[in-house]
Structure formats: C-alpha cells, structure tokens
Design a protein around this ligand. Structure first.
Ligand code: AP5
Length: 214
C-alpha cells in the first residue's frame, strides 16, 4: 500500500529521525526540503549562496524555491512520500494539495509531533549528524557507540549544522509559530491530523506513528 504523509513539528521535534526510520522500515521516500536546500547551498551557485544566508539566520526560504524542489521530486515518483519540513506555510500547503492532485495522489496523514520548547533547545544544541550517510545523533540521548565514528557507516565525518545555535534557533522557533503552526488548524479542518507525543523515546514515537498509519 502506498501512503503519503507529512511530519509536522517545530525544529528539533524529531521529524528527520522518524523519517529515516520510516524509510528503513517501509521503503518510503523522504523528501526533506532542509536536506535539499543544504545540498543547493553546497553547490556554490548564486542561488545556493543566497539560500545559505537565509538558512543560517533561521529564516524561511521563499515558497517559490521550495515548491519547485518538491515538484521535481514528486515527478520522479516513489513508494510513498514522507514530507519532512514541508509544507511550512499555508501557501506551501495549498501548493502541495495541487501538486498531489495533478499527479493523481492523495495525502493520507499529517503527523503532528508535539514537543515543548525547552526540550527543543536541548535537542538542537546537542545534535550532530554523519556527513556521509546522514544518520542523526545527539550528545546525550543518542551518542555514537564509539566516539567520533558513525554507527551506521563507520565514517568519522560527523558534523554540526550552522543553524544549530541558540540565536538561529530563536528565529527558527518564531518562524515556526508565525508561519508553520497555522498548518495544525489547516490539516485538522481537513480531517487528517494525528498528534503524537514527540517527547517520548524515539522508539515509542515510532510506535505511535505506526499506530496512526495503521
Ligand atoms: P530543516 O532541515 O527542515 O530543519 P528543522 O525544521 O529546523 O528541523 P530539524 O532538522 O532541526 O529537526 P527535526 O525535527 O528533523 O529533528 P531531528 O530528528 O534532527 O530546515 C532548516 C532550514 O531550511 C529552515 O530553517 C529554513 O531556512 C529552510 N527550510 C527547510 N524547509 C523549508 C520550507 N519548506 N520552506 C522554507 N524554508 C525551508 O532531531 C533533533 C535532535 O533530537 C537529534 O539530535 C535527535 O537525535 C534528537 N531526538 C530526536 N527524537 C528524539 C526523541 N524522541 N527523544 C530524544 N531525542 C530525540
């Protein structure tokens, strides 16, 4: 069965962590606009440089750019999509609805990951990722088994993100509450919102998501 879902939640809610588990367990395709934009940033193009500045400040990139990225990926098809970090504005949500219609697909569920702000600060400031395979770690809650070495691929290229500092996080949270949190009401009204407790342990959050997806 092919299903398309959105993981909705503030920075650090655990969207990327859960998306990677869904990819592994269900063979779904993760569409993370954050990862796509970081790849554009690394391309060194003029657009990439502009995107890098906006992201480092913690502000949102324009709807036009991110909708364009998603449009390309949807056209490639796949065994169910996980929208991770998209949509982030009402304009992006409307555009996603239209894109899914055009490609004859439906949105099956929107998982709202609820986490309080204090936990978000701890999660973001302790996060690091593998630059080779993308596995996500945390200094306290998910350290690597061997210091400095990725558990999954053995790489020693472990990185921290440029926007994972307290100042950028404040802006990211403001952007979330101003522009993204209205999507909770938007999808509730459409009848496909399911909240999960994002404060629970990683495996328990996965269990709640699996229950919501049936
Ligand atoms: P993006 O990359 O999407 O970042 P984000 O939304 O800020 O989300 P994060 O990746 O920070 O957090 P997450 O929820 O994935 O948490 P994670 O699983 O890593 O966006 C970055 C920037 O790109 C934006 O600011 C914007 O500039 C731009 N952008 C992206 N999409 C855009 C769009 N659609 N429109 C416009 N601009 C866009 O977990 C965090 C940490 O917590 C990890 O260390 C993890 O190990 C740990 N953790 C996870 N779950 C648990 C748990 N249950 N218990 C304990 N620890 C946990």
């Amino acid at each position: 069965m092919t299903i398309n879902i959105i993981l909705l939640g503030p920075p650090g809610a655990g969207k990327g962590t859960q998306a990677r588990k869904l990819v592994e367990e269900r063979g779904m395709v993760q569409l993370s606009t954050g990862d796509m934009l970081r790849a554009a940033k690394d391309s060194g193009t003029e657009m990439g440089n502009k995107v890098a500045e906006v992201m480092a400040r913690g502000e949102l990139v324009t709807d036009e750019i991110v909708i364009g990225l998603i449009r390309e990926k949807l056209a490639e098809g796949g065994k169910g999509f996980i929208f991770d970090g998209f949509p982030r504005t009402l304009g992006q949500a409307d555009a996603l609805g239209e894109l899914l219609n055009e490609t004859g697909q439906v949105l099956d569920a929107v998982i709202e990951m609820r986490v309080d702000d204090e936990a978000l600060v701890r999660r973001i400031t302790g996060r690091f990722t593998c630059g080779n395979c993308g596995e996500v770690y945390h200094d306290e809650t998910k350290p690597t088994a061997k210091p400095g070495v990725c558990d999954v691929c053995g790489s020693t290229d472990l990185k921290r993100r440029a926007d994972d500092n307290e100042e950028s996080l404040r802006t990211r949270l403001l952007e979330y509450y101003k522009k993204t949190s209205p999507l909770i009401g938007y999808y509730y009204a459409k009848g496909n919102l399911t909240p999960v407790n994002g404060l629970a342990e990683i495996d328990e959050v996965s269990r709640q998501i699996a229950e919501a997806l049936g």
